[in-house]
Design a protein. Structure first.
Length: 146
């Protein structure tokens, strides 16, 4: 299956939205519609730190990576946080997730990012893919909802 990774476009919404809904279901999350709308708008806004890359095959969007580009204290170069990665369950295991991450790595090298990183659940089956790119570190995440 040939996969192309490209920037999100406005006309992708009808194909992106079912993937987004699948992603939130995977994490047992119910979001207010205003959050989804804001995420979509920020992902398209060239002035936002958030951006989205989609994986496309045969004219169909089959996966996405939502990222945040941010400053860091240990580098003068930007850092990319891969916040959300999702692939249509009907095509998982065929290289789409790998293509998305590889495309982000290439973009980061080209644009001068210092690092690409992400966080996932310990029992996420996608860790088999993630382990091909590097080792999980020993950091523990703390979260405080405000």
């Amino acid at each position: 299956m040939a996969v192309t990774v490209r920037a999100l476009r406005e006309d992708d919404y009808a194909q992106w939205r079912p993937l987004w809904d699948g992603y939130t279901r995977f994490y047992d999350c119910v979001l207010d519609e205003s959050v989804t709308a804001a995420t979509w708008e920020r992902a398209l806004n060239p002035d936002s730190a958030m951006f989205c890359r989609v994986a496309e095959s045969e004219g169909r969007v089959i996966g996405f990576a939502l990222c945040i580009l941010h400053d860091g204290t240990w580098s003068t170069a930007p850092i990319c946080y891969l916040e959300d990665l999702f692939v249509d369950e009907n095509v998982r295991g065929a290289g789409t997730g790998q293509a998305l991450i590889a495309a982000l790595m290439e973009e980061g090298k080209r644009e001068g990012w210092s690092k690409l990183y992400w966080v996932t659940r310990e029992n996420n089956p996608a860790r088999k893919l993630y382990d091909r790119f590097g080792e999980a570190d020993d950091y523990v995440r703390y979260r405080i909802s405000l």
